[in-house]
Design a protein around this ligand. Structure first.
Ligand SMILES: Cc1cc2nc3c(=O)[nH]c(=O)nc-3n(C[C@H](O)[C@H](O)[C@H](O)COP(=O)(O)O)c2cc1C
Length: 184
């Protein structure tokens, strides 16, 4: 994967793709599926993520204060669903689902090799963790695979149904107030 400026994080997260979240707590690396998230700030890039105490990953996130958000390819829908229907308490998901991991740089949680992108993140604010399971993450490193801009993403619409990205609609000429964000 190639590292690019974290200022591009919103290009991957604003579309609202289902994500995989890797962690590395005291019992080793784990991965979960996450559909509830949102871009919160451009610079430094902040992402709000719902990771609940029902997930084993929650403990690792709170323990270590770090994780990786991975953007899966549309072809990974079955694996994404299986990862979100099993727990790291019971199985090693990397072995069971044959997920290839590689080390990141600033966090211990692994990057996922087959994904479109990997965002190394640090927990910036857990104030709303108890009330909403909401965790604000700051993106510290951003890694992308070749062809990332064109790679279709998956969007979860509930009950294990997903939509895959469709046509690109170009309204860029109308973005007259936001030139400073273009062409990063
Ligand atoms: C499509 C899908 C989306 C999910 N979205 C979320 C989410 O946004 N937040 C969350 O806490 N759990 C979500 N889950 C559930 C977790 O992925 C699930 O609890 C998982 O088993 C946790 O793994 P762990 O126990 O190894 O951490 C989702 C599951 C699926 C299948």
């Amino acid at each position: 994967m190639q590292e690019i400026d974290v200022a591009n994080a919103f290009r991957l997260i604003e579309p609202g793709p289902v994500l995989l979240v890797t962690t590395c707590g005291t019992d080793g690396p784990n991965v979960m599926t996450m559909g509830f998230h949102m871009m919160v700030q451009h610079a430094p890039p902040l992402i709000g993520c719902v990771i609940g105490p029902w997930d084993h990953s929650y403990r690792a996130l709170r323990e270590t204060g770090e994780c990786v958000l991975s953007v899966p390819r549309a072809s990974m829908s079955a694996t994404v669903t299986d990862i979100g229907n099993s727990s790291g308490v019971d199985i090693d998901k990397f072995c069971t689902f044959e997920i290839e991991a590689q080390p990141g740089i600033t966090v211990k949680a692994p990057l996922l090799r087959d994904c479109i992108a990997n965002l190394e993140c640090r927990l910036a604010d857990a104030t709303l963790s108890n009330s909403y399971s909401l965790h604000i993450l700051e993106v510290e490193r951003l890694w992308v695979a070749p062809g990332w801009r064109e790679a279709p993403m998956l969007h979860h619409i509930g009950d294990g149904y997903f939509r895959k990205d469709g046509d690109l609609i170009d309204e860029s000429r109308r973005m007259t107030r936001w030139h400073h964000l273009a062409g990063l």
